[in-house]
Design a binder for this molecule. Structure first.
Ligand SMILES: [Zn+2]
Length: 265
């Protein structure tokens, strides 16, 4: 968002930008949740907004020398410059109400949060860190799915991340998945739906294929609200829909429950 004023994507009202910033990027008029950057997510979730970034300096390769409307290498460079990030996810460790956790937060502004080898590797490393340190893992998803420019190397990440979660599960270490707008494709088909609890922000698009592709395939109109978090909750695909302003306290309560660790008196 640039300038002092902005328009809400949902209610179309003109809003003073500072009002949105002060309100966790939620429209004060209609409760629309704007997309957050990975950094904003981490700042919002950790105690006092303090954390240590880990698993930095992992950069994608371009083994296919892939080129669509422009070369993959050029696209990567452009997205790095735009976001200041090496790829579409950040891993961080810190505490939430004193509980040490590792959080992976995806960055949608980096190539639509697409999952290539780096995103898969970093998410896997977050789970491995959780296992080694015996601390809970939280992943905040925001992704268009697998990164086609890396071909099968992207698809491999579905298995790799899922296997790492299985190890966590066997060790009895909690993993909370938070799905935000949008979470689709290979990310929904792997780690985003494999949490001990899977929760989502309101009105988030969550699915595998997009609604247009499904309509074209089945040649039927889809019900209203199809693939939005509230619809998915109603149909048993999610455990809860949580407002952004309650997200931190919700995760802390869930972690205390999983860890059997009542809040300090
Ligand atoms: Zn609005």
């Amino acid at each position: 968002m640039t300038g002092i004023w902005t328009r809400c994507n949902n209610c179309r009202r003109i809003l003073y930008k500072q009002d949105i910033l002060d309100n966790l990027f939620i429209c004060p008029e209609c409760n629309f949740h704007f997309r957050l950057s990975a950094i904003d997510r981490l700042n919002m979730l950790f105690d006092l907004g303090q954390y240590e970034l880990v698993d930095q300096n992992i950069y994608p390769q371009d083994p296919l020398k892939f080129e669509d409307s422009k070369p993959y290498a050029a696209r990567l460079k452009e997205n790095r410059e735009k976001t200041g990030l090496p790829d579409a996810v950040l891993n961080a460790v810190g505490t939430m109400d004193g509980i040490r956790v590792v959080i992976s937060a995806m960055e949608f502004a980096f190539m639509g949060g697409s999952m290539g080898s780096v995103v898969g590797e970093k998410i896997t490393r977050a789970f491995e860190r959780a296992l080694a340190e015996k601390i809970p893992a939280v992943v905040i998803s925001s992704s268009g799915g697998a990164r086609m420019q890396e071909g099968v190397l992207s698809l491999m990440q579905l298995m790799k991340t899922s296997a790492a979660i299985a190890n966590l599960e066997n060790a009895g270490i909690p993993y909370i998945s938070v799905l935000t707008d949008p979470t689709t494709g290979g990310v929904t088909a792997s780690f985003a739906m494999l949490g001990d609890i899977n929760i989502a922000e309101p009105n988030s698009l969550i699915g595998f294929a997009g609604p247009r592709v499904i309509e074209q395939t089945i040649k039927e109109k889809l019900p209203k609200g199809f693939q939005l978090s509230e619809f998915l909750l109603e149909h048993g695909m999610l455990d809860d829909v949580v407002e952004r302003r309650d997200l931190r306290s919700y995760i802390i309560n869930a972690l205390r429950l999983f860890l059997n660790q009542p809040p300090p008196q």
